[in-house]
Structures are given as structure tokens and as C-alpha cells.
Design a protein around this ligand. Structure first.
Ligand code: ATP
Ligand code: LTN
Length: 326
């Protein structure tokens, strides 16, 4: 059975992009493969955080993932900092990746240049080494992510191949899994940029948003001055984004769905309705889980123990091959 691994940062509110780009695939894959999912709190430290807010976001994100459908009996769900092998292997990864390779990462360039980023931590720069450690620690075959993570999975493959050729066969070389619809959900107000946790506003649809507010956000979504409904990301980014969201939420194909609409109004209304139908039961389940954080913490601790049992063996192999004492 294939091994699946993916991670998500507790860096802000979970949004529709996360859901359609990654998390719904996680739910599906837990039934088909041997799946491990991680709330990557160490990655969230790359941008300055309030300690209490970080702790609360970590628990909340785990509860949201369970509410979406991750089942701790079907997959391993854990928090990165509770498995010490992650930062340990990350050092070996940092010594296997080059400064030049890390300098080419678009996520680093974007985040370090963003307005309001006063302090660019070294961790933001070496972030992909920790991500490579996350993935390689579990002999991972498949990494379900959104399109923006393509480059980070590529660099993980390069690191694994380099390590294997320098020190002998050590790591499985993983592949990304990117969904056909919803891999790149764009901001509803700025359809030229991706919906993002760190750029909230009227263009971001959060999983816990009030359902009426979601309807409004879709009604006000930016389209264009033509009136033709057509799937064409270059020429019609706003309309194409709505079609992708509708397809991602209903399991259809954006270009085929376009044929069913002649006007923007009904497309917006149907997309809002599909998203609300997707989110309403998630919000219900989340409310129940949120009432018992101690139970979530217990489940996460069990997950961390299961993850560590696997990570321990892979780290020992990596240390042995590179010449460290056991
Ligand atoms: P940040 O803005 O802080 O970088 P984020 O919203 O990009 O956060 P991450 O924790 O970095 O969220 O990503 C979690 C998963 O969600 C990743 O697999 C990522 O590819 C996916 N993802 C994030 N944003 C989108 C989006 N707009 N469309 C599709 N997938 C997305
Ligand atoms: N960098 C990713 C989060 C992440 C991840 C991972 C994804 C950290 N470790 C391992 C897949 C596999 C992000 O920002 N979305």
C-alpha cells in the first residue's frame, strides 16, 4: 500500500483553497492508502506568532481537520513539534540542499518581500529543508497538496535523490498529488492571486465563516465586464475561479460546467450554494469537537506516538548512512 504524507500550517483560518486544494484529497486518500497528516506548527514559527494564538490555532486546526472527515482511526494525525525526529532530520536536509536552491523558492521570495514582513527569519529561508524532513521521515510515496506546493515537493525529490546518491539508498523519492479542480483557488476579490491564510479579507472564504457572509462574498466576487461564461483562466480569471470552485465542491469539470451558464448571477448563486452545502456539516461537527479540546489533545498525542514509531527507524537509517554514531 502506498504511504501518503501531507502537512498544513496553523498559521490562520482554514479557507476554501486549503479544503479544495488539499484537505478533501486527504480525506479521500485516508481510505485508499496508509496516510499520515501533520499540523506543522514548527513551520508556522517562521513568521512571528503570539504563543497563545499558536497553541489555540494548532488545536483548532486539528479539530477542523477531524470535522472535515479525517478519522484518527483511519490515518495518523499528529502535531509536528511532538515528534522530535522532524527538526533532527531537518539539519541533515539543510546540509544536503544548497543556498542557491533555497534562494529559488518562490514561496520564500513572496513571503520575505510581502508588505509588513519586518523580520525575515532564517527559518523562512530553510523552510523547505524542514518540509523535506517531514516527507522523507515516513518513506512517503504520495504528497497531496495544492499547486503552490509543487516546487517544495520537487526540491524534496532533489534532496532525496542527492542523499541517496551521496550516502547510499536511504529515502523513498516521493511524488506530489494535485487535484484537477481546485488546485489553485484564487481570491474572490483579486482573482490574480491565490486565496491565502495570511491575506484575509472579502476575497477569502473561511471554513468557519458565517454562511450568510459566504453568500455575500460570492455575490460580490470580481468577474469582468463581458457577460459570457467561459473557462479561460488567462482572459477570465474571476469567472474561471468560480467555475473551479463549483467543480471542486461538486466533483464536476470547470469547462463542462461553463456550458450550463449564460450569466454570471446564477453561476455565483450556484457556487455559493455548493460551498455552503459543503461547509455546513463541517461547521456542525467542528462545534461539537471544539467543546472538548482535551479529547483532541489526547488523540493528537496518540497520533504523535504512532508517527514517532515510524520516524525513529527512518532517522536511524539516515544517521547511519551519513556517518553519525547511533
Ligand atoms: P499561507 O498563506 O500562510 O502560506 P496557505 O493558505 O497557503 O497559508 P498552507 O498551510 O501553506 O496554507 O497550505 C496548506 C495546503 O493548502 C497546501 O497543500 C497548499 O498547497 C494548499 N493551498 C493553500 N492555498 C491554496 C489555494 N488558494 N488553492 C489551492 N490550494 C491551496
Ligand atoms: N509548506 C506547506 C506545509 C507543509 C507540508 C509539509 C506539505 C509542511 N510540511 C509536508 C506537504 C508535506 C505549505 O505551506 N502548504
Amino acid at each position: 500500500m502506498a504511504r501518503v504524507f501531507s502537512g498544513i500550517q496553523p498559521s490562520g483560518d482554514l479557507h476554501l483553497g486549503n479544503l479544495l486544494g488539499a484537505n478533501l484529497n486527504w480525506v479521500k486518500m485516508q481510505h485508499e492508502h496508509d496516510s499520515i497528516y501533520c499540523v506543522v506548527d514548527l513551520h508556522a514559527l517562521t513568521l512571528l506568532k503570539d504563543p497563545e494564538a499558536l497553541r489555540a490555532s494548532t488545536i483548532q486546526l486539528a479539530q477542523l481537520l477531524i470535522a472535515i472527515g479525517l478519522d484518527p482511526e483511519q490515518c495518523i494525525l499528529f502535531v509536528q513539534s511532538q515528534v522530535p525526529q522532524h527538526p533532527q532530520l531537518a539539519w541533515l536536509m539543510e546540509c544536503t540542499v544548497s543556498y542557491g536552491e533555497l534562494s529559488r523558492m518562490t514561496a520564500f521570495k513572496d513571503k520575505s518581500n510581502r508588505d509588513g514582513t519586518k523580520f525575515v527569519s532564517a527559518g523562512l529561508f530553510t523552510y523547505p529543508a524542514l518540509q523535506a524532513a517531514d516527507i522523507l521521515l515516513y518513506d512517503t510515496d504520495l504528497v497531496p497538496v495544492g499547486d503552490d506546493q509543487r516546487q517544495h515537493v520537487e526540491i524534496t525529490r532533489d534532496i532525496a535523490e542527492r542523499y541517496n546518491s551521496r550516502y547510499g539508498d536511504t529515502f523513498v523519492v516521493p511524488q506530489h498529488v494535485i487535484p484537477e479542480a481546485g488546485a489553485r483557488v484564487m481570491d474572490l476579490q483579486h482573482p490574480e492571486r491565490k486565496m491565502s491564510k495570511s491575506e484575509e479579507g472579502a476575497g477569502t472564504v473561511n471554513v468557519l465563516d458565517d454562511l450568510k457572509a459566504i453568500e455575500k462574498k460570492f455575490k460580490r466576487a470580481v468577474t469582468d465586464s463581458e457577460s459570457e461564461v467561459r473557462f479561460d483562466i488567462e482572459a477570465k480569471p474571476g469567472v474561471s475561479n468560480l467555475l473551479s470552485i463549483l467543480a471542486g465542491a461538486t466533483g464536476g469539470d470547470p469547462a463542462t460546467l461553463a456550458d450550463q451558464y449564460e450569466q454570471y448571477g446564477p453561476l455565483k448563486a450556484d457556487t455559493a450554494a455548493a460551498v455552503i452545502a459543503l461547509l455546513e456539516p463541517i461547521q456542525q461537527r467542528y462545534k461539537e469537537l471544539a467543546a472538548d479540546p482535551a479529547e483532541t489533545e489526547r488523540l493528537l498525542r496518540l497520533g504523535a506516538d504512532k508517527a514517532e514509531a515510524i520516524a525513529e527507524g527512518v532517522l536511524a537509517r539516515a544517521k547511519q548512512n551519513i556517518g553519525l554514531l547511533s
